[in-house]
Every structure is written in structure tokens, then in C-alpha cells.
Design a protein around this ligand. Structure first.
Ligand code: ADE
Ligand code: ZN
Length: 334
């Protein structure tokens, strides 16, 4: 066995966590097609192949247009259940033992779907996952940053009825021009209500958005954060405080943040001692779940086995699991 085969084997057999996964981004074309028929929702594609061939993106916004259109087929509680359960089966395949998933309620509420249906569909699948497959999870609700703060306050109010199910809030959607400071009071209120905070920052946007997510939104993790290497002071801060950066390599290539995987800066971030880990973001749209992200990235960047081990450990360390459970998993890996 050569060393790359060894790394591939290690990735497949090691228990892993995923910390950056949009449940709507795990909607595979086959399920999209099935739900469009089941719910009689028109989509601008005649076949699964046509859907797949539409997945060529030039940047984040070009992807989001298709991603929100795809979400339109999700109508009933059963749809959110099926969507989540399909992702859970992928977790099983990828040996993911714990996952922290995002959902975007505003993209469904605007279509008249109730909060109740969305959260219950997701939650029931996650309860089944723990019972039948021993896969644990947390749910993080994301605010759509292209919308105004008032709309986000409305959805926060609804989320307060589901504090037993939702552990934290995040910020996603179109980054450039929608800076973290737009949501300072919203995040203050969310923290007062007991939610943990995270935010997408430095995916396409400048290092300043990472600073502001830390200082104004008081986030515990930065989602993506790959633009941080442009700012020496920021690198030092992220390193010193060991702020988790939930990097998504295949996503970054599909959305043209880097022109090819060989030019991704993940290895540089690792070598600087930053707390990075690998995630799949929107795997149905970006061509791969967690193992593929880890395997392809290891190959493209010539990662050592020890680098991969650190990535997997970082993910457990940065999860919102309790300390005891985290340590149990970390001991198992070793
Ligand atoms: N929503 C789903 N995927 C996203 C991404 N990569 N960046 C911002 N918002 C998103
Ligand atoms: Zn994301």
C-alpha cells in the first residue's frame, strides 16, 4: 500500500464530525426531482441529468440562485424528514458520528411553510439517526444576510420556541455587501436568548468580516474563513485564541474562490497552527461528501497522515459536544 492509499484508508475508517453542512445543500438531484413531482412544484429542469448539468457556478451568488430554487420543492414535514434522513445515510457511509447542521428557515417561511414543519421534519430524522445509527447531532439556524435585520428578528422570535432543538444561530447567503455589522443587535439578542453564535465570514468577503464576526457577533466559530491569510494580525488572533475555521475545500473550488484544489490554502493554514477542519458545505451541489473532501484535498495538497489526523481532531475539538464526549472520541481516534 502506498502512503496515499494509507491516508485514504485512514480517512474512511476514522470516526469523524462535520461542522459545516447546509441541510438544503444536501438535496440530491434525484430527491429534488422526486419531490417536485410529489408536491407538484415546477422546477426548470426536465431530468436529473439536466439538473446536474446546471451545476456550474462562477461565484457564491450564481450558486445561491440555483440553491434557493432547488429548496422550493421542500413543502411538507415529510420532505424535510426525507432530506435529512438521506444526509444521515451519507453520514453513515462516510463514518461521520456527529454532525452540526445548518438550516435556512427564511427561504421556506417566505413560501408559506411553517417553522414547525421545517424544524420537526429535520428533528425527527435526527432523533431516528441517534436511535438507530448512534449518529449524534446539533441544529444551527442560519439567518439569510441578504435580507434585512427586521426579517431576521422575526425568525429569531420563532426560534425561541424551539430552544430545545436549536443550539445556535449562524449567518449565511450572499456575503459581499452584507457585512456582519448589519446584524450586531440581532446577534446580541440571540446571545441574550441563550443561542451560541457562528457566522460565514471570509469565504469571498474580506478579513474585516472575520474581525467583525468575532468582535461584534461574538462567534465561537468562523465558517470558511479562508481569506484570513491576507491579514497577519488576524492570523495571530485566530491562532492565539484557536478559533475554529470550518473550511470547505470542494465548495471553494466549485464557487471559484480558488482556481484549483492544488492552490487551496488549507495546508498553509494548518502550517500556521490555525484550528482548521474539513467540511462539505453543500455536498449535493459541490460534488462530494466529507470523505471525498478529505481524500481529494489530501491528494491535491500532498497532506501527510498527521495533517489529516489534526484536521479530524480539530473537528471534534471545535464541535459543540460536551467535553466528556469530545474526549471520548479523541481517545478513540488515538
Ligand atoms: N448557503 C449555502 N451554502 C452557502 C455558502 N457556501 N456560503 C454562504 N451561504 C451559503
Ligand atoms: Zn456554508
Amino acid at each position: 500500500m502506498n502512503s496515499f492509499d494509507g491516508i485514504t484508508e485512514f480517512i474512511k475508517k476514522t470516526p469523524k464530525t462535520e461542522l459545516h453542512l447546509h441541510i438544503e445543500g444536501s438535496l440530491e438531484p434525484e430527491l429534488m426531482f422526486k419531490l417536485s413531482k410529489r408536491n407538484k412544484v415546477e422546477i426548470p429542469f426536465r431530468s436529473v441529468e439536466e439538473i446536474k448539468s446546471a451545476y456550474n457556478f462562477t461565484n457564491l451568488d450564481s450558486f445561491l440562485k440555483i440553491y434557493y430554487a432547488g429548496s422550493n420543492v421542500l413543502i411538507n414535514e415529510e420532505d424535510f424528514f426525507d432530506l435529512t434522513w438521506e444526509y444521515i445515510l451519507r453520514c453513515k457511509e462516510n463514518n461521520i458520528v456527529h454532525t452540526e447542521i445548518f438550516f435556512d428557515p427564511q427561504s421556506h417561511l417566505v413560501r408559506g411553510i411553517s417553522f414547525d414543519k421545517i424544524i420537526n421534519g429535520i428533528d425527527k430524522a435526527l432523533i431516528k439517526a441517534e436511535k438507530e445509527l448512534k449518529i449524534t447531532s446539533k441544529i444551527i439556524m442560519c439567518f439569510l444576510r441578504h435580507l434585512d435585520e427586521d426579517s431576521c428578528f422575526d425568525v429569531l422570535k420563532q426560534a425561541c420556541n424551539y430552544k430545545d432543538k436549536i443550539i445556535g444561530v449562524g449567518l449565511d447567503s450572499s456575503e459581499k455587501g452584507n457585512p456582519p455589522k448589519k446584524f450586531k443587535s440581532l446577534f446580541e439578542k440571540a446571545i441574550q436568548e441563550g443561542f451560541i453564535t457562528v457566522a460565514h465570514a471570509g469565504e469571498e468577503g474580506p478579513p474585516e468580516y472575520i474581525w467583525d464576526s468575532l468582535n461584534l457577533l461574538k462567534v465561537k466559530r468562523i465558517d470558511h474563513g479562508v481569506q484570513c491569510l491576507k491579514d497577519e494580525k488576524l492570523i495571530n488572533k485566530l491562532k492565539q485564541d484557536q478559533i475554529p475555521l470550518t473550511v470547505c475545500p470542494l465548495s471553494n473550488i466549485k464557487l471559484c474562490v480558488f482556481n484549483k484544489l492544488e492552490n487551496h490554502n488549507l495546508k498553509k493554514m494548518l502550517d500556521k497552527g490555525l484550528r482548521v477542519m474539513v467540511n462539505s458545505d453543500d455536498p449535493a451541489y459541490f460534488g462530494g461528501y466529507l470523505n471525498k473532501n478529505l481524500i481529494d484535498t489530501s491528494k491535491a495538497l500532498n497532506l501527510e497522515l498527521n495533517d489529516v489526523k489534526i484536521l479530524i481532531e480539530n473537528s471534534f475539538k471545535s464541535s459543540f459536544l460536551d467535553e466528556k464526549t469530545k474526549n471520548e472520541w479523541l481517545n478513540k481516534i488515538n
